[in-house]
Design a protein around this ligand. Structure first.
Ligand SMILES: CC(C)(COP(=O)(O)OP(=O)(O)OC[C@H]1O[C@@H](n2cnc3c(N)ncnc32)[C@H](O)[C@@H]1OP(=O)(O)O)[C@@H](O)C(=O)NCCC(=O)NCCS
Length: 187
């Protein structure tokens, strides 16, 4: 699919600003590397924390769009001026195969933006976009996997109405720990 230029949007809450979602660009490398220098992101993700690795990661996201298998978005909080702020998080629709009924989602939030519903609202928006875009070609199920002891991620899944359906045993090297599988079906 052509990389979209229009932003997706999540509404504001009484205590947190609206969000916009847009594809990552090569210009995000320095900011992304800075966000990656965070203990929680090091523990739970493989996000780069140097600019060279961040640039490589950004190229992979671009290729994901071009190859129709992975659709990654930078999440930005809308500033009081109405302009989008710097990246505050990431959501991704991944493991997409043409015509397949199932795909997966993932997310993280920058340390400075946690606790404001960024991940759960962005995941809602991504989920709506995914079903709207891909249901006509057969998508009916989205899956989310997190390590059992990642309780904040479990809460994000619940808030975005992904139901806990299964416990997945460790599968080293990619999944060294037990995981929770959450699923959301096309309504
Ligand atoms: C998990 C993560 C994405 C949450 O991002 P966020 O934008 O702060 O999420 P939200 O604000 O939408 O919701 C977080 C929820 O988890 C709760 N939470 C936060 N830390 C928690 C903890 N240690 N234990 C239990 N719940 C926790 C919050 O209270 C909130 O729930 P509430 O709204 O009912 O109060 C973020 O902490 C993160 O990026 N962590 C590192 C990367 C990661 O784990 N990614 C997911 C991999 S599967």
């Amino acid at each position: 699919m052509p990389i979209p230029t229009a932003r997706l949007r999540a509404t504001a809450t009484p205590t947190a600003p609206a969000l916009t979602l847009r594809p990552w660009t090569p210009g995000d490398a320095a900011g992304l590397a800075a966000l990656g220098r965070d203990d929680a992101l090091r523990r739970w993700t493989s996000l780069a924390d140097d600019e060279t690795s961040a640039a490589r990661w950004l190229r992979e996201q671009q290729q994901g769009w071009e190859q129709d298998r992975r659709y990654a978005f930078a999440v930005e909080e809308v500033q009081p001026s109405g302009a989008p702020g710097p990246p505050a998080g990431h959501v991704v629709l991944k493991d997409v195969a043409p015509g397949a009924a199932s795909a997966a989602v993932g997310y993280w939030t920058a340390a400075h933006a946690r606790g404001r519903g960024v991940a759960s609202r962005a995941l809602h928006t991504l989920t709506d976009w995914a079903f709207t875009t891909f249901a006509p070609t057969g998508l009916t199920r989205l899956e989310l996997l997190h390590q059992t002891d990642n309780t904040a991620s479990c809460r994000v899944a619940d808030k975005a109405r992904y139901t806990l359906t299964d416990i997945r045993p460790p599968q080293p090297p990619d999944h060294p720990s037990e995981g929770h599988v959450h699923v959301r079906h096309l309504a």
